[in-house]
Design a protein around this ligand. Sequence first.
Ligand code: ZN
Length: 403
Amino acid sequence: MKYLIRGKKLVTVSSMGSIQNGAMLIENGKISKVDAWDKLRAHSTGIDVLDYSNYVITPGLVDCHTHLLEFAPASLYPVTPETHFIAGKGILFQALASGITALGEQICGHPLCDFTIADYRKIVKDFPIDISFAATSISVGFEEMAHFTSVTSSKEVPQSDLTSPSLVRKIAENSDYPGENVFINATPANFTPEDVPKAGEIIYTLNELKEIVNIYHGLGKKIGCHVAGEKGIELALEAGFDVLHHAHGMTKEQIEYAAIKGIPIVATPMGGTHLRPNSPDEIAELVEKKIPVSISTDAYLPPYEHVQWLPFKDRSLRGPESLMLISHPSMQLLKDRFDENDILALLTYHPAKLLGKEKQFGMLAPGMDANFLAAEGIPGLEMTEIDKIKSVFYKGSKVVNRD
Ligand SMILES: [Zn+2]
């Protein structure tokens, strides 16, 4: 299958930058040429031309920290184990319809789910979204702290198991990329504060964390963590974690240190920890310091309350359809100081690189998967409504269309 697609503007997120009146040649699910329409039209004899010349074409969005398949089905729908993944696929389609063509999914272990990571992989195999899985352990800050792991299904484990080398090795082996592999602080998850008085409590010593990091590195894997607050972030930086997720409450000195070390940060401005989430000012500061920042939903989440950068009126659960909305204030702040391609990289190239797939997607460039969308503006920067995304393409096939 071969066609040309033409747009009002291509925001490539590559060294080519934005191309007015641009076009791409798509062959067998890959982008084979990117250039001005005038230069590419010579190739158009005898092949289809998809005319999106009223629309902006950008790479598909990448949400590199989500919980769509494990926690979300039972949170949103009255599912049983038999119908869990039917709901899961509906949730994935909602992400796709929101312009997201790649996800970084966390599998943490869950009291209601007896599925294995292999089950999750099997279910999504033919789904038109690229999904990387992070295998994790998790500590929920109930009065009686509860610990689970991605390799022990619904069974609660004692805290001492979280540092067991054989268990950590098994989790690491099942992990595709540095997600929130270790919860340095206990999480409030989606519970109300009264239910999780121990949310935020630090679970590990520095030596324990160093040993866990060593196990991952020994297997040639990078490791990320769920972390918030000065003390937790200090531990994460000292123990040598490769990626910080959330990093809510990071101090100026810690930002300087992360910048020097080039440690990527996955900002979750909707919530996700016991602390106030990343503000637009904080996200802009990370970008100014040249830290590779991804913005992610951590969906499904009840949005953090009483922060002026979140437009939500209540705490009902929000999903990947909110990615553009929660990114918009930060992207707006960067508008006068950065090129639109560098700003869109927060939702495309940086998360793709975090997933280790930056050679496969995250920009519009020859050789990349043809994962892109045609929309009324630049996602997150110029528009936040998913209805303004006209079409989504995955590996060259149109998988979402709004007419
Ligand atoms: Zn999370």
